[in-house]
Design a protein around this ligand. Structure first.
Ligand code: FES
Length: 572
């Protein structure tokens, strides 16, 4: 059989002599019959399951449903674990390890006898990390997201992860006591799955569906809904055919697919983290994507999904309204409808017959939820290589604002002074947080949406302009400028801001300006010193030495591109 000769796995299991014996014999200790090794497509199930990644805690069970589909289609499924990144648990920030996890996925896929891969992810970083790794190998791959949690319930009201910020501010200003605050924990996280709003995990689930690397409906089916298992099962069936068709990631993740993903992200009000992850993916698969593309391709796209944190509803409601295919269908005038997807059909063909069941949850381009959407890319002397802001999460009156900087040199400085009653700050100030970028923290944590000072919360202030070289949680909101590049630790002008400097934000004109003369900045630069983080070994040292800035996707410079799937030397 010709197919048998083409299968990568036959480079292991199809061998004769001592090598073939070794490749097969040890596998047989798991009870696999001999004919499993005789030319069936071997499908890896790359699993980010971990009890330390609570959003992915159900992925072991989901993998069993993938296996059913693989077996039905005549494949041979083999599940393997990769490094898993629990957003809420890992210190100092899960983002520090996204590239490390991608290396794990890449080498695990390449080094093993796999013809195709089903990628199982859910929590924020688990999706981009394993997809980045898979892109660098480029064998047929399909993504299955874990799905979101059911909507939280608190005293008869719907709640979700976005409410953390509201609850914690209510707790800080004395409107919710500590016992009540703690009571809400279990009410918010009451089922399997990732955060129940359009936070980063749901954004990533939409990203993979709009890129075309999943079956339709992947993004919105809740984790606890039996149709999530059906999707896993069908994805298991489909990957076997993808191997036969040699439908690799690079054939799906084209420039057109990336443009589609940017437009869909704008329409769903996706997280700002989308920017760094999509840029990193483009770098792996060899698509030329720039920060400006995010502004350009989201420019005419209104917000269609009325989902928290930009809107009102939860991911569960999004699914019942028809899910992402409704949004994709609504955007057909804008999208590259001919982009091929994992099921072999185009993204346009996949929306034939799709209906919307709730126009309050998913608007139309004629009657959108909001006109503002997408990502605004800012430039100026403060961020020559760019910074971003999410207009749909910001306060309209603050989008044009001039104010005096109140500078925090790092996160510890912010925490120690923000609630100081003597801090010289009012609602017109611009809060600046330095040294939370890729190199400076290191790892670019989600602290850019700094909580407001207690004394201003007590006055009823709900939003202020905040600027940092870090990221913000996809569940957060506010007039928050993020991803300033170059970051403070890389010697950019951002590191030279002092309290009292005037900063001007002008979103309409995409400008962020530090009103300090070039002469004064040159004087400050002459005495500026890079901080010493005291890191001299291990992955963190390698990360600091090789990480690229936010405008390039925060990947390691030597991981760009694809090494392919070939392994020329045997292990014996
Ligand atoms: Fe895992 Fe939000 S913390 S998805």
């Amino acid at each position: 059989m010709d197919d048998k000769k083409k299968l990568r796995s036959q480079g292991w299991f199809g061998k004769t002599g001592k090598d073939g014996f070794i490749y097969r014999a040890w596998m047989k200790n798991q009870g696999h019959p001999d004919d499993e090794f005789d030319g069936k497509p071997v499908i890896g199930i790359c699993n980010t399951w971990s009890e330390l990644t609570p959003c992915n805690g159900h992925l072991r069970e989901l993998a069993e449903h993938v296996k059913r589909g693989v077996w039905e289609a005549g494949g041979f499924p083999l599940e393997f674990p990769v490094m898993s990144l629990g957003e809420t648990i890992m210190k100092p920030t899960a983002m520090l390890f996204r590239n490390l996890a991608s290396m794990d996925a890449e080498e695990s896929i390449r080094g093993n006898p796999l013809d195709g891969v089903v990628l199982l992810g859910g929590c924020d970083k688990t999706t981009p990390s394993i997809l980045m790794g898979a892109c660098s190998v480029d064998i047929p791959s399909i993504f299955v997201s874990g799905g979101s949690m059911l909507t939280g319930k608190y005293r008869g009201k719907d709640i979700a992860t976005s409410d953390i910020w509201r609850f914690s501010e209510a707790n800080r200003n004395g409107k919710m006591d500590n016992d009540e605050f703690r009571l809400t924990e279990a009410m918010m996280c009451r089922s399997d799955g990732h955060c129940a709003v359009m936070g980063t995990a749901s954004t990533m689930a939409c990203m993979v569906e709009s890129l075309g690397v999943t079956l339709p409906h992947n993004a919105a089916i809740p984790a606890s809904d039996s149709r999530r298992k059906v999707l896993a099962h069908l994805s298991g069936r489909r990957i076997v055919d993808m191997v036969k068709e040699d439908l690799t990631l690079s054939k799906i993740m084209t420039r057109e697919a990336f443009e589609n993903a940017i437009m869909v992200n704008a329409a769903v009000g996706g997280s700002t983290n989308f920017v760094v992850h999509l840029l990193a993916l483009a770098g792996r698969v060899g698509v030329d994507l720039t920060l400006e593309d995010f502004d350009k391709f989201s420019a005419n796209i209104p917000l269609l999904a009325n989902l928290q944190p930009s809107g009102k509803f939860m991911m569960e409601d999004f699914y019942y309204a028809g899910g992402l295919p409704v949004v994709i269908k609504e955007l057909r005038e804008h999208l590259n409808n001919g982009a091929i997807t994992a099921n072999g059909k185009t993204i346009g063909e996949n929306t034939e017959g799709i209906e919307c069941y709730d126009r309050e949850t998913i608007g139309t381009t004629a009657q959108p939820v909001k006109d503002d959407s997408g990502i605004a890319v800012l430039r100026g002397n403060l961020c020559p290589n760019g910074a971003i802001l999410k207009p749909s999460a910001a306060t309209a009156e603050l989008m044009q604002h001039k104010g005096k900087a109140v500078v925090f040199e790092n996160i510890e400085d912010y925490k120690s002074r923000v609630d100081d009653p003597d801090l010289d700050i009012d609602e017109t100030s611009v809060m600046v947080l330095k040294n939370v970028g890729p190199k400076g923290y290191p790892g670019m944590p989600e602290v850019g949406n700094m909580g407001l000072p207690k004394k201003l919360l007590a006055k009823g202030v709900t939003d202020m302009v905040r600027i940092s070289d870090g990221r913000m949680s996809g569940t957060a909101f506010g007039t928050v400028v993020l991803h300033v590049a170059p970051e403070a630790a890389a010697g950019g002008a951002f590191g030279l801001i002092e309290s009292g400097d005037e900063i001007e934000l002008d979103v309409a004109n995409r400008k962020l300006t530090l009103h300090v003369s070039d002469e004064e900045l040159a004087k400050r630069k002459a005495v500026w010193k890079p901080q010493d983080l005291g890191v001299n070994r291990g992955f963190v040292k390698m990360f600091i030495d090789h990480v690229e800035q936010a405008d390039k996707g925060v990947d390691l410079d030597f991981l760009k591109g694809c090494s392919g799937s070939e392994v020329t030397r045997d292990s014996h």
